[in-house]
Ligand binder design. Structure first.
Ligand SMILES: Nc1ncnc2c1ncn2[C@@H]1O[C@H](COP(=O)(O)OP(=O)(O)OP(=O)(O)O)[C@@H](O)[C@H]1O
Length: 274
């Protein structure tokens, strides 16, 4: 992580328009400001429905904010910038079932005019990076869920993005695959020096992966807190998660979210899902 700001989220407000008469609309984001530094891994967590996906879609240029600005390297974005690659939770919808794995990975490159020899080289090396050598000619439906999500990650990294934006990418895979994919992301980050913006419901995952964790408040949301994850840079599923600082950080994040959902003096049992 450097001190250079890669993405600036500047006073973003978002109100979804009314869906029917008398509906006042849904105010989701209320003044979100946050700098994302070059080469950092920033994770956004918060109560369910806090607007995490809304914020990611805005910063990837897929959704217009009601007001505010997103600056990438100091320039305002007004559509999906080519420097940003996206990975969503639902890999079954993000891969085209009628295209082979290699065609799926090469598609965005082709769309940007990269020549076919270069595409073939990048597809091969990215499949290798995600541990899927030799599956290029298969179709997504011939692969397990975890493998399909690896393909989606390979497609994003083939693009060599400056910024990778990932919305709960591991929510639909089993626990072991999830841990493997977490380590894969950290390895990709090291190799590519990219900046990562990640959303998860899993507090432990946020601590394990991140340099910083931003916690959104309830809707209409603001940034409630940003927590520095001062863990050793080298992460390891067994050792890192066993560190006392790891437990302290997760307790701090859980505590912050719990207080957002149930006031501490309410006497109620906490009822929240994140
Ligand atoms: N297109 C839309 N039109 C109207 N309201 C919407 C739309 N998309 C999302 N919302 C509402 O905005 C709020 C925030 O949704 P969003 O999906 O951004 O939250 P989230 O924090 O990602 O949720 P979750 O934690 O459940 O994944 C929710 O109340 C949702 O119902």
């Amino acid at each position: 992580m450097t001190n250079n700001v890669r993405l600036r989220i500047d006073d973003i407000h978002k109100t979804y328009p009314p869906r029917k008469r008398r509906d006042p609309g849904t105010e989701v984001l209320k003044g979100i400001s946050l700098d994302v530094y070059d080469q950092e891994f920033l994770t956004i967590v918060g109560p369910s429905g806090a607007g995490k996906t809304t914020l990611l879609r805005i910063l990837a240029g897929l959704l217009e904010p009601t007001s505010g600005h997103i600056l990438l390297d100091g320039k305002e974005i007004d559509g999906p910038p080519r420097e940003i690659a996206l990975v969503f939770q639902d890999y079954s919808r993000s891969l085209y079932p009628w295209m082979s794995v290699e065609k799926n990975i090469g598609l965005p490159l082709k769309a940007h005019g990269v020549d076919s020899a270069e595409i073939a080289g990048r597809v091969e090396s990215c499949l290798k990076s995600v541990g899927l050598e030799g599956v290029g000619e298969k179709y997504p439906w011939q692969l397990s869920g975890g493998m399909q999500q690896r393909v989606a990650i390979a497609r994003a990294i083939a693009y060599r993005p400056e910024v990778m934006v990932l919305d709960e990418p591991f929510a639909s895979v089993d626990a072991q695959t999830r841990n493997d994919l977490e380590d894969l992301l950290l390895q990709v980050k090291e190799e590519m020096n990219s900046t990562f913006v990640f959303v998860t419901h899993d507090v432990d995952e946020s601590v394990y992966l991140s340099d910083r964790v931003a916690i959104l408040s309830k809707t209409p949301s603001r940034i409630e807190r940003v927590i520095d994850i001062n863990l050793p840079k080298e992460r390891n599923q067994l050792e890192t998660r066993a560190l006392p600082q790891f437990s302290e950080l997760r307790a701090e994040i859980f505590g912050t979210i719990r207080n957002l959902v149930v006031p501490t003096n309410s006497g109620q049992a906490p009822e929240y899902t994140i």
